[in-house]
Write a protein that binds this ligand. Structure first.
Ligand code: PNS
Length: 158
């Protein structure tokens, strides 16, 4: 089976993430969306909440699995016996750090390839961080995240 891993914080999942997930799911037989559980980084949503939001928003895709990991991504990738990491690239600003991570992951496991997909232009300016900032300041995030995520954000902010 032709599988890939799409890792991230997903705090929370945005329409930009879902665009990448949908496109990866049309290329690979199986897409593992892997939520980073980083106890050293304060997240807005717990890992369980982030997983739940991902489950709800990917329910229509039969070939998507939601999982979580802590520690090195490459160790998780090896445990899953998958050779492809998918990453979304929004702008040039993403490139440097993604390039560094791709090369480090390649050094750690030469048989694992990182493949990049350009984010759809309509979502190229959004990130989970900017969505949280706008929502916290009561701004409109309609159309940038799924309805269920919008509700979860405003419920948490209340
Ligand atoms: O959504 P994010 O926060 O941009 O995702 C970043 C993520 C989770 C893909 C990256 O931070 C990661 O892989 N973290 C796991 C720790 C690790 O493997 N670090 C070394 C990277 S070379």
């Amino acid at each position: 089976m032709n599988s890939c891993i799409y890792p991230g914080s997903f705090d929370p999942v945005t329409n930009g993430h879902l665009d990448i997930i949908e496109r990866a799911a049309s290329i690979f037989d199986n897409v593992v969306v892997a939520v980073l559980n980083n106890p050293n980084k304060k997240a807005f949503f717990s890992v369980e909440e982030r997983i739940e939001l991902l489950r709800k928003t990917t329910v229509d895709f039969p070939n998507i699995e939601i999982d979580c990991f802590s520690g090195l991504l490459i160790d998780f990738v090896k445990r899953k016996d998958i050779n492809v990491i998918i990453k979304g690239l929004r702008a040039v600003s993403d490139f440097e750090y993604e390039f560094q991570m791709a090369l480090m992951n390649k050094k750690l496991s030469p048989k694992v390839e990182t493949m990049f997909m350009m984010t759809s232009s309509k979502y190229s300016y959004i990130s989970s961080s900017i969505i949280k900032e706008v929502a916290t300041l009561n701004g409109c995030i309609n159309g940038l995240v799924p309805k269920v995520v919008e509700e979860a954000l405003f419920n948490k902010i209340k």
